[in-house]
Structures are given as structure tokens and as C-alpha cells.
Design a protein around this ligand. Structure first.
Ligand code: NAP
Length: 319
């Protein structure tokens, strides 16, 4: 079968023949409809993601997809076993959930991974407290951050603060109901001031951080400034590292505010927990609550797909 193939971590992917995926007895392979090119897919294929384990090459990249079963159903599927990733004409992964009628299958392929990253955290917090209160999303102009803002609004947050750099995307999120704060500032002091101004109005009960690095440091300083309310409780959840892999944590933040800092990702959230939310998230794509721009590339143009740098999520489709 035709597939996208990585022969080494530092090689560019090519479209070539690859063996058929291993399928358990009694199961049939699935036909690819679309597989999202997420940050985790890039990181695993090139050996840079912390969840990579022992990668062996050659391999087919891709962790999830929308695919067609042998009896014609459209399913969202995930957690294929290496070296058989999802960017191939045929694939097999143990988890399969029906795509609801009316949903755009390519939007599901593009959006499930980035949307689940925020949705899992939001629904866990709502179960814990019964309400979301004020939610701050750091990195709200990225794919996952924008979907987290949409998710928080849909799940009834009182106030959603969307912090990011791109003005156009911030304006769009404001139009959807978020309060926005620009992170397009030079220097840590102005970043901290921008965040302090917005969190001093209502301190966030939940922070979803897709950036870490210097932005997290500015957020820690801003949260430390507005910590007089001893009843306020903040859950700060680390999800992505687009602004840096490390951030210095000031000790006085931990004393001046009731704050818990945790992370969400491969290893801290089980596949079962993620998959339990998949039908609800797909329903939100079907009714338009969650939406994102995507660009489809056929398997034969995998090199171009990998090099794509626009704001839309790449979805790899069969030729
Ligand atoms: N743990 C999980 O379950 C999980 C799941 C999905 C994603 N993630 C991680 O979350 C992060 C975001 O993923 P994504 O899918 O949203 O990626 P993406 O769509 O590629 O987002 C890129 C955005 O990051 C922003 N950015 C980069 N550096 C920045 C900086 N220094 N300050 C402010 N903004 C910056 C850019 O915003 P501007 O355009 O405004 O400049 C850009 O739009 C990645 O690290 C990804 O690996 C984790």
C-alpha cells in the first residue's frame, strides 16, 4: 500500500510502498479518509517528543485519523501501533468511534487531537467544581488554544481570557465571546503587565498553558501580584511548550495563592479518559461549536504537507 514514510528521524517523509498493517484476527483494516498532522505527530516521527519510546525506522507517521470500515462506516480512530501510523492508505488502530452524521470528517481528523487537549482539562475542572468560572488560555491563537477557548465558552465558563500574539485570531476569538489579551510584547515586564492587567479584574480559576517558557514566567508573576483573595483557587495546567521547554517557578507564587500546577498529555491522561470524551467532542464539531481551518494534502504530496507553515492544520488524505 502507499504510505507516508520516515526512514530516519532527520529525513524528510516520502510517499512510497509500505507493508500492510498488522490486523488482529477477526478485524479488518480501515481505509484512510484523513489523518491530522499535529505537533505530536511531527515530534514522534522525528524522535523529539517525550513519549517517543524506542522508535524504529522506517515508520509511517500519524497517531489518529478518520477512516472507513469495511462495512462503510466513518470512524474516528487512534493509537495505531508503530511502525504502522495513520498516514497510509490502510491502517488499523484499536479505538474506533462513529463519526456523527453531519460532521465534516476532515475537520474531525484535523481537530480531535488539538481539541481534546483542552476539553479534557475543562471537563475535569467542571466535574470537580461544578462550574468553570474564569478560564485563561495562554497560546489561544494556536490551533489547540483556539479550540480550548471555543470549548470553555461552550462549557459555560463565565469569562474566557484568550492570550496570544496574532491580532487577527484574537479578533476572531473576541467575536466568539472571549476577552483577549495580546502577547505581542517585547520583554518580560510588558508581558507581565499585559497579563496582570487582565487577571486583576477576575483571577482565573483555571489556566491552560500551551506556551510555557517566558510566557509562563510572566503569567506566574502576574498571578503572584493578584493573590490577596485566600478563597481563590487556581488550577494551572501545562499542556504545550511553544514558547520554551522550561520556566522558572517563583516560590512566593506558591505561598501567595492557592495554586496547583499540573500537566496534561501522553502519560498523565489515559487513552480511556480521552476516548470517553471523543463522542461529545465530535458532536461539537458536527453542530459547529468547535471549528478550525484545515488544508488537505494527498499522500503523494507528503513532503509539501510536512513543510506547510500556515495557520491551518494539515490533513493527509488518500490520492
Ligand atoms: N498535551 C497535549 O495533550 C497536547 C495536545 C495538543 C497540543 N499540545 C501542545 O500544545 C502546543 C500548541 O499546539 P497547537 O496545536 O495549538 O500548535 P499550533 O497550532 O502549531 O500553534 C502555534 C501557535 O503558537 C503560538 N506561539 C508560538 N510561540 C509563541 C510565543 N513565544 N508566544 C506566544 N505564542 C506563541 C503562535 O501564535 P501566534 O500565531 O499568535 O504568533 C502560533 O499560532 C504545542 O506545544 C503542542 O505540542 C499538547
Amino acid at each position: 500500500m502507499r504510505a507516508a514514510i520516515f526512514t530516519a528521524p532527520d529525513a524528510s517523509p516520502v510517499c512510497a510502498d509500505f507493508p500492510e498493517p498488522t490486523v488482529p484476527p477477526g478485524s479488518e483494516p480501515l481505509q484512510l479518509v484523513g489523518a491530522g498532522l499535529h505537533n505530536v505527530v511531527r515530534g514522534l516521527a522525528t524522535g523529539r517528543h517525550y513519549g517517543r519510546g524506542q522508535m524504529r525506522y522506517p515508520l509511517v507517521p500519524g497517531i489518529d485519523a478518520v477512516a472507513r470500515t469495511s462495512d462503510g462506516r466513518l470512524v474516528y480512530t487512534g493509537y495505531a501501533r508503530p511502525p504502522f501510523g495513520t498516514m497510509a492508505e490502510r491502517l488499523f488502530a484499536p479505538f474506533q468511534a462513529d463519526v456523527p452524521a453531519g460532521a465534516d470528517p476532515l475537520a474531525i481528523a484535523a481537530g480531535m487531537n488539538p481539541s481534546l487537549s483542552g476539553w479534557m482539562v475543562l471537563t475535569a475542572r467542571r466535574r470537580e467544581l461544578g462550574a468553570l468560572g474564569t478560564v485563561l488560555v495562554l497560546g489561544a491563537t494556536g490551533t489547540s488554544g483556539s479550540l480550548a477557548v471555543q470549548g470553555a465558552l461552550a462549557l459555560g465558563a463565565e469569562r474566557v481570557i484568550a492570550a496570544g500574539r496574532d491580532q487577527g485570531t484574537l479578533e476572531q476569538l473576541r467575536g466568539e465571546g472571549a476577552t483577549t489579551v495580546s502577547l505581542a510584547h517585547d520583554g518580560p515586564d510588558s508581558l507581565e503587565r499585559a497579563l496582570a492587567d487582565v487577571v486583576s479584574e477576575t483571577a482565573p480559576g483555571l489556566v491552560l498553558d500551551y506556551l510555557w517558557g517566558s510566557v509562563a514566567e510572566a503569567a506566574f508573576a502576574a498571578l503572584g501580584r493578584s493573590g490577596e483573595d485566600v478563597e481563590a483557587d487556581t488550577s494551572y495546567v501545562q499542556i504545550g511548550t511553544l514558547a520554551g521547554a522550561k520556566a522558572a517557578l517563583p516560590a512566593d507564587l506558591l505561598r501567595s495563592r492557592r495554586i496547583r500546577i499540573t500537566g496534561s498529555g501522553v502519560g498523565s491522561v489515559s487513552h480511556e479518559e480521552m476516548l470517553a470524551e471523543a463522542p461529545e467532542v465530535m458532536a461539537r464539531f458536527a453542530d459547529g461549536t468547535l471549528h478550525l481551518p484545515y488544508t488537505a494534502f494527498p499522500l503523494s504530496r507528503i513532503g509539501e504537507a510536512w513543510a506547510h507553515t500556515g495557520r491551518s492544520r494539515v490533513v493527509v488524505v488518500p490520492d
